[in-house]
Design a protein around this ligand. Structure first.
Ligand SMILES: [Mn+2]
Length: 494
């Protein structure tokens, strides 16, 4: 077989055949939506192949984390959604005989390689846009099923054909991981991801279709769906509770059931058509440019075996639920949901998401009330310990555009680092998060450079993306950081 991504097939088979001969495996994965789905895919495939394993999660696969992994008595470690970028350190442990690494990742590899290294970037596939960690894990899972199949065939068994037997039923999780990794651009997944989508559709675990590209189609009541949609702002509806209600009331449709607003996913195709057309018409009449109106429509990825009206049915909502568990260090909960726990884990995940949303709105309120300090080229605030460092960046981005918080300057947020248990190293460090807008990026803003350089200048370190970046700096040096960052932003936008 060539698998869902033919370029990776040979390497995936080599990794799978090696894993099949292992007595047991330590599975280590990243804590985010992509890492959680990666782990769930790999765990399910190992389980089905009869290979005993244990799962550990790391927020950051740094030297200490790898040393801890090496100190276990596992001879084989399967890294998912990270590992490539840390191959220099991992390789040293491999050389020392600590373990044999198998890596299913999509991040830029360090300047070193290893035999069982499955990464799209090694085969000419864009790891940032075309295959996620979950996608690489899915390719490995498919190869594992194939390898198992050969074993059975050698015993005179039958060739497996069901989606479950060849792990194609895991394609839904792979798509959730890709969407969670922000790989859907222009409203849909591309490249190698499309091969996985096609397998999922064929296996009856996925449905795709052209649909409204707003977040919350499964779970948000219609007025909230429209009010909270901010990617494409429609004047008089986006961010406008009574405006959204008036818009819906003005349609000749019965959009309530038992006095409650219905959800998008429950509408008939004809009803959806009516709402979508009216929305586009409104956007046009309010002068929203055509290029933005196009973004109101995209490809939806529906996990068809999940119940209608649950966040698990929509790849985007599913990934948000997983991120909420990850952000509060509850990878066990996220993994449980991915592995099919619809009772305790799902309830817990929903609670985490609700709390996360409350923390966000409280954070935004705090920033808006207390205001930001404006420098020449940027604006900033220091949240101290009043906003968690894991969400302060999102809060900063969402506060932009509120009263007193400009959208024409990047925003820098500081928050105290919450030291890990038993880890005092971060106690005197401050987390920095910076957010820009896409239009600032088009003017030349690159926050990964701004934040990275300014942080290193004050004895910290950081990086990220052009529109969003983060760093850690020593406590007490925030003012110097602001000065330096302000200067660099001035140069970029000058
Ligand atoms: Mn990833």
């Amino acid at each position: 077989m060539t698998g869902p991504v033919p370029e990776l097939a040979e390497r995936a088979t080599a990794c799978a055949e090696f894993l099949r001969d292992c007595d047991r495996v330590l599975l280590a994965s990243h804590i985010d939506a992509d890492g959680l789905t990666s782990a769930a895919i790999a765990a399910t495939a190992l389980e089905r192949a009869g290979i005993p394993f244990e799962v550990v999660f790391e927020n950051q696969l740094d030297e200490d984390a790898i040393a801890e992994i090496a100190a276990t008595d596992y001879d084989t470690v399967l890294f998912t959604d990270f590992g490539s970028g840390q191959l220099d350190i991992i390789g040293d442990h491999e050389d020392a005989g600590a373990f044999t690494p198998v890596i299913a990742d999509h991040h830029q590899p360090a300047d070193r390689d290893t035999q069982y290294h499955l990464n799209p970037l090694l085969f000419g596939i864009d790891g940032a846009a075309e295959l996620s960690g979950a996608g690489a894990s899915y390719v490995l899972a498919r190869a594992l099923a194939e390898a198992a199949d050969h074993d059975v065939a050698a015993d005179g068994g039958q060739t497996a054909t069901t989606a479950r037997a060849d792990n194609r039923d895991l394609a839904g999780l792979a798509v959730v991981g890709a969407v969670g990794d922000m790989q859907a651009s222009g409203g849909e997944l591309h490249g190698a991801n499309e091969g996985i989508v096609a397998e999922g559709v064929e296996a009856d675990v996925l449905e795709t279709g052209t649909d409204l590209a707003l977040y919350g189609k499964q779970t948000r009541p219609l007025p909230k769906l429209l009010e909270y949609a901010t990617d494409v702002r429609i004047p008089g509806i986006s961010g406008d509770q009574s405006g959204a209600l008036r818009f819906l009331d003005g349609l000749d449709l019965d959009l309530k059931a038992d006095g409650e607003w219905r959800r998008w996913a429950e509408l008939t195709p004809a009803e959806k058509q009516t709402v979508a057309s009216a929305l586009v018409k409104r956007a046009v009449s309010r002068g929203v440019p055509a290029s933005k109106i196009d973004r109101l429509v995209g490809t939806s990825y529906v996990l068809s075996e999940e119940p209608v009206g649950t966040e698990l049915r929509d790849a985007s909502e599913f990934s948000t639920l997983l991120n909420a568990t990850a952000r509060y260090e509850r990878a066990d909960v996220g993994l449980g949901v991915c592995l099919g726990d619809r009772d305790e884990a799902l309830e817990r995940a929903r609670t985490l998401l609700r709390n996360h949303r409350r923390n966000l709105s409280e954070g935004i309120e705090l920033v808006t009330e207390e205001g930001v300090t404006h420098e020449d080229h940027l604006q900033w605030f220091h949240a101290g310990d009043r906003i968690r460092e894991t969400i302060v960046g999102i809060v900063a981005g969402m506060a932009m555009g509120n009263a007193g918080v400009s959208r024409s300057k990047p925003i820098v947020a500081f928050a105290e680092k919450t030291a890990d248990e038993g880890d005092d190293a971060d106690a005197d460090a401050v987390k920095v998060s910076a957010r820009g807008t896409h239009s600032l990026v088009r003017e030349g803003l690159d926050l990964s450079v701004v934040v990275g350089e300014a942080a290193r200048d004050v004895g910290g370190d950081g990086g990220g993306h052009d529109v969003a970046a983060g760093a850690t700096v020593p406590a007490g040096r925030e003012a110097e950081f602001v000065d330096r960052a302000d200067e660099i932003v001035g140069e970029q936008l000058g």
